[in-house]
Design a protein around this ligand. Structure first.
Ligand code: TAP
Length: 476
């Protein structure tokens, strides 16, 4: 671990965080009806960033009513007019992206290089992309008159707070729906800044409502009878509970859940390139990525070479201050998530896998986990089966492409996969056999608003992004 050069961190003075925030309902910030609040802390320093209102049932009701009232005029607007608002929001996001990137890194713990160069550009790109669709829905192949659904209740996780908001809000609004969105308890701040951006853009009141709170707020929202559509991203466990809540109603549902992706390296892959892809696949965003390449499947004949090179590369990764532009791995999002990662990593050792991490000094305050890999992993081990959602890689080997497919598909999940090989025919053969919604070839964790994203099996259903992402918000 090299610490030779330490540039000045991005200053947190870039963003003005208020000591407290209310719920954003009907275009105004207001206290929760029950007066309840919770604290949002920085996972890297454990300092309190702000005190945030905790929405209860009455607040959910008020937000849904505001969204319902706004729906009649918003859905009646010509698509080109809705598009103008979305273009405006996209431009303001670009203008305020430095502020938002620092905020996201403070509240979530992710490295500023990632929030600045990945999250924020993608957030703006999603709004631009769906802004462009707003006046073209009649030409998208569903006939002349696709209709919005009504009020969408959207619940998002903490790993990409603003990007998950963009994935949900932009297509919903483009199609003429109004939304009530609940961000995760540990990362409420960028959604509240987004509320301010909606005001700045002059978005009619009630079109976007933001309810901060915990899982109980999310549960109230998805159960509310005034919701026409539920869009959820998060754990498979909560996704199943939501599916049970929605069952028997006429609410439309999309679920984007967990993953346990295989990143498959063949013996003809350029090793340096593959190693960069493995590192990006599992250590990007501390491994808090539903499509993370958390299982490395490496062909037996090159396993030693790939692992040697991977370990050398891992030893150069810098863990630390999310606001330092040289940081590769930031803070784990919460003490609770750190405990989950630690328990699963410990289970790997207990079950007989071999644990390795580079020498790595972790800060004394905050929540941290060193980049870690396990070799000698079998398919029965928990670390090969369960989503760790942290910077922990489980390495398995294979001999033949058929064995790689069998191992890759041996999971209840089916969100993503990666293939590293020089052979185009093998890529096509593998992509056809892998049960994964997204298959990357000679790259990993590449996202684009034009491209649909979503899973098979217990990774959920429905697609976000691209033209497919519109279908989730339309009666077609
Ligand atoms: P979840 O508990 O599923 O949380 C996701 C969102 O759902 C949060 O906004 C959460 O609120 C809310 N929620 C919790 N219980 C709910 C309920 N009964 N009804 C409606 N909404 C509810 O995920 P998590 O705690 O953030 O992480 C747990 C595990 O989920 C992780 O270890 C990881 O395996 C997985 N995960 C997957 C993804 C993706 S993108 N697939 C993202 C995050 C986490 P609160 O945050 O306020 O509790």
């Amino acid at each position: 671990m090299a610490f030779a050069y330490a540039p000045a961190p991005e200053s947190r003075a870039v963003v003005d965080i208020a000591p407290s925030y209310g719920l954003f309902i009907d275009g105004e910030f207001r206290e929760a009806a029950g007066g309840k609040v919770f604290k949002s802390i920085s996972p890297s320093s454990e300092e309190v960033l702000s005190e945030v209102a905790h929405a209860g049932g009455d607040d959910v009701d008020a937000a849904v009513k505001a969204a319902r009232t706004a729906y009649s005029s918003w859905s009646a607007l010509p698509g080109a007019e809705r598009g103008k608002y979305l273009f405006r929001i996209a431009r303001i996001i670009q203008e305020r992206s430095r502020e938002l990137a620092v905020l996201e890194s403070l509240d979530n713990g992710k490295p500023i290089r990632e929030s600045r160069d990945t999250d924020l550009p993608l957030v703006a790109a999603h709004f631009f992309y769906y802004a462009g669709w707003a006046d073209k829905l009649s030409y998208a192949g569903w006939g002349p008159d696709p209709r919005p659904l009504g009020v969408a209740g959207q619940v998002i996780p903490w790993n990409f707070p603003l990007l998950m908001l963009a994935w949900k809000v932009a297509p919903a609004l483009a199609c003429g729906n109004t939304v009530v969105l609940k961000p995760a308890e540990t990362t409420p701040l960028s959604a509240l800044f987004f509320a301010d951006i909606c005001r700045q853009a002059g978005l009619p009141k009630g079109v976007v409502n933001i309810l901060t709170g915990d899982g109980s707020t999310g549960a109230e929202l998805v159960a509310h009878p005034g919701i026409d559509k539920v869009a959820f991203t998060g754990s498979t466990e909560v996704g199943k509970a939501i599916a049970r809540t929605v069952a028997g109603t006429d609410k439309k549902l999309t679920l984007e859940l967990g993953g346990k992706a295989a990143n498959i390296v063949f013996d003809d892959a350029p090793v340096d390139q593959a190693v960069e892809g493995i590192v990006n696949g599992i250590f990007f965003n501390q491994g808090h990525v539903c499509c993370a390449g958390s299982r490395l499947l490496v062909q037996e004949s090159v396993a030693d070479e790939v692992l040697d090179s991977l370990k050398r590369r891992m030893a150069t990764l810098r863990v630390g201050d999310p606001l330092d532009k040289n940081t590769d791995i930031g803070a784990i999002n919460s003490a609770e998530q750190l405990a989950r990662i630690t328990a699963l990593a410990d289970s790997g050792e207990a079950e007989g896998a071999e644990r390795w991490a580079p020498a790595c000094e972790l800060p004394s305050t905050g929540f941290w986990f060193a980049p870690t890999l396990f070799t000698g992993v079998t398919q029965a081990h928990r670390i090969a089966r369960e989503e760790i959602f942290g910077p922990v890689l489980s390495v398995l080997t294979f001999r033949t492409p058929a064995e790689a497919v069998e191992k890759a598909n041996n999971t209840p999940y089916g969100l993503s996969a990666g293939i590293w090989t020089e052979k185009g025919s093998r890529i096509l053969w593998m992509a056809d056999k892998l049960r994964a919604g997204v298959v990357w070839a000679n790259t990993f964790n590449k996202f684009d608003p034009t491209s649909p994203f979503g899973g098979f099996k217990e990774s959920g259903f429905g697609r976000e992004g691209g033209r497919h992402g519109l279908e989730a918000y339309l009666n077609v």
